[in-house]
Design a protein around this ligand. Structure first.
Ligand SMILES: NC(=O)c1ccc[n+]([C@@H]2O[C@H](COP(=O)([O-])OP(=O)(O)OC[C@H]3O[C@@H](n4cnc5c(N)ncnc54)[C@H](O)[C@@H]3O)[C@@H](O)[C@H]2O)c1
Length: 338
């Protein structure tokens, strides 16, 4: 599809996170003016060479500060909302904090975006809103039966957005992201197995038959850019799954072992009671927007191997790579006090 920037000024909440650290450089290179609104929980140095880019503005703030958000969004034409306590364990660490960031702040963000007449609003939901499904094709029409509070609040935000709206809005339900980015998460399936193969020479698989939907981080960034640039008539009020390869955990372990290329790496299997499978169908985003992921799980594994061997992941045990460890360390207050 021929795309042309419709907006120049984009604000990204949580733009210093894993996805943001891959997306921000893509948008800067495409000519956007980018404002990152973030607490920088996982570090400041996440934009590599772009840190001092003249079109990058960083605003260190808590998205629960609605007055601050309203000020920070002045002039923003589009918002991509990524900020989040972004997985089940870190949400469950403190459910009240999780709700305040993942849900209450979302309502404030909608108000702040409306007050600034933001034209386009892209919400990062999650494919986990579907819960476990038996049917082979989990399309956007499948019922949502979230199994955890993290997923439930993702869905409640979707419902609030559908009800209240803000400019041209849309909802993206991504698969689990994989591959290297400057703010790296090593608590996601492909990434965990890869770092264990590299550092421990052992990949432990619990069960193994469970399906997981995956998306390379470079395709994740490309999908957000596409949503910024798509004509409003194709995206307004729409919900899109976005994923590429659905694979069992055993298959992922085999891919990792092969790509790491170290014959000493062993795959061990441990029993588990949790054989829940998740998978999604992403035909719709291809049909409507022509989006077809270009990068594989194999490339994601190789990107982490290359970064590790180049010394870019000096201490994989550092809490900055694992959300729950960092959330324990930073101890955010349950409610925001300005
Ligand atoms: N990574 C995935 O596999 C995946 C899959 C599906 C959906 N998502 C969604 O995509 C979004 C981005 O995910 P990610 O992997 O980059 O997460 P991440 O945890 O790496 O990034 C989240 C960012 O939000 C910031 N943040 C957290 N609380 C904040 C607050 N109160 N105020 C301001 N900033 C705050 C953090 O500092 C961090 O930079 C999330 O909404 C997540 O739920 C991610």
């Amino acid at each position: 599809m021929e795309t042309e920037p419709l907006f120049r000024k984009v604000a990204i909440t949580g733009g210093a996170g894993y996805v943001g650290s891959a997306l921000v450089p893509v948008l800067l290179a495409a000519g956007y003016e980018v404002t990152v609104l973030d607490l920088f929980l996982y570090g400041e140095d996440v934009f590599e060479g772009d840190g001092a880019h003249p079109r990058l503005r960083r605003v260190r703030m808590d998205i629960r500060d609605e007055a601050g958000l309203t000020r920070a969004l002045a002039g923003a034409e589009a918002v991509i909302h990524l900020a989040c306590i972004s997985n089940d364990p870190s949400f469950e660490l403190d459910p009240r904090l999780g709700k305040s960031v993942n849900y209450d702040a979302f309502l404030g963000l909608l108000r702040a975006a409306r007050a600034n007449a933001v034209k386009r609003f892209i919400y990062a939901s999650s494919s986990s809103v579907y819960g476990v499904k038996k049917e082979p094709n989990v399309t956007e029409e499948a019922s949502c039966e979230p199994l955890t509070d993290y997923s439930r609040y993702k869905l409640l935000c979707e419902e609030a957005l559908r009800k209240e709206g803000v400019g041209e809005w849309m909802i993206l339900r991504p698969a689990t992201v994989c591959g290297y980015a400057p703010r790296l998460r090593l608590d996601l399936t492909v990434n965990i197995l890869t770092i264990h193969a590299l550092t421990r020479k052992v990949i432990t698989v619990f069960g193994g038959s469970q399906l997981r939907p995956n998306l390379n981080i470079r395709d994740m960034a490309a999908a957000y850019r596409l949503l910024l640039e798509a004509p409003a008539r194709l995206i307004h009020g729409e919900t899109f799954n976005v994923g590429y390869q659905n694979r069992t955990v055993t298959e992922i372990a085999q891919i990792v072992r092969r790509e790491v290329g170290d014959p000493q790496v062993k795959v061990t299997v441990e029993p588990t009671n949790d054989l829940r499978s998740y998978h999604i169908n992403s035909d719709r985003i291809q049909r409507v927007l022509g989006f077809l992921p270009q990068r594989t799980i194999e490339e994601a594994v190789r990107s982490i191997c290359e970064a590790y061997r180049a010394g870019q992941i000096p201490n994989p045990e550092d809490p900055r790579y694992t959300n729950i460890k960092m959330m324990r360390a930073v101890k955010l207050e349950e409610s925001f006090v300005g």
